[in-house]
Design a binder for this molecule. Structure first.
Ligand SMILES: [Zn+2]
Length: 164
């Protein structure tokens, strides 16, 4: 059983879920993303992500129209990984397609690049055996907003921009 903390971008609140490893992630539709898939190799008892990231997954899965194998998604900083890690630590990045054929992986990369769903899709040249995509998110926005109500609107604007 994993404890999953989800930042709900629509209500600006943290939500806590308890899910088994074979259950779907919160906000996932049609069971296309299991907890164990989002976890990947991470041993962490607590996982976190954002509602927007899960919705982006749903959109990407629908657009691709076929199962998307997930090698890695969530990671803690001490669990290592490839070059572009900070978004994995924030729970808003995926490394997918490891078990696809090269041509299907390229099709997945093109689907992700053209979907407009993700903030960033890493170039194929940097990810020869997987596809990295993420939904950029700055947790500092969240904490800054809690500090001062008078600055709330300004920070909210920054956060809205950073989560696209
Ligand atoms: Zn990655």
């Amino acid at each position: 059983m994993a404890k999953i903390i989800v930042f709900n971008n629509d209500t600006d609140r943290m939500e806590t879920y308890y899910r088994g490893e074979s259950e779907a992630m919160p906000y996932n539709t049609n069971g296309t993303l299991r907890v164990r898939e989002f976890r990947g190799s991470s041993k962490s008892n607590i996982l976190w992500t954002t509602k927007r990231t899960m919705q982006s997954w749903n959109s990407q899965r629908y657009l691709f129209g076929a199962p998307i194998p997930v090698g890695f998604a969530f990671k803690r900083p001490y669990e290592g990984g490839h070059g572009n890690q900070s978004q994995h630590y924030a729970g808003v990045a995926f490394d997918v397609g490891q078990t696809l054929t090269s041509s299907r992986r390229t099709a997945l990369w093109n689907s992700a690049k053209n979907s407009g769903v993700w903030s960033y899709v890493e170039p194929i040249s940097l990810t020869p055996t997987w596809v990295h995509w993420d939904k950029r998110f700055r947790y500092t926005c969240l904490f800054n907003r809690r500090i001062s109500n008078t600055k709330k609107r300004k920070h909210k604007q920054l956060c809205v921009n950073s989560t696209r």
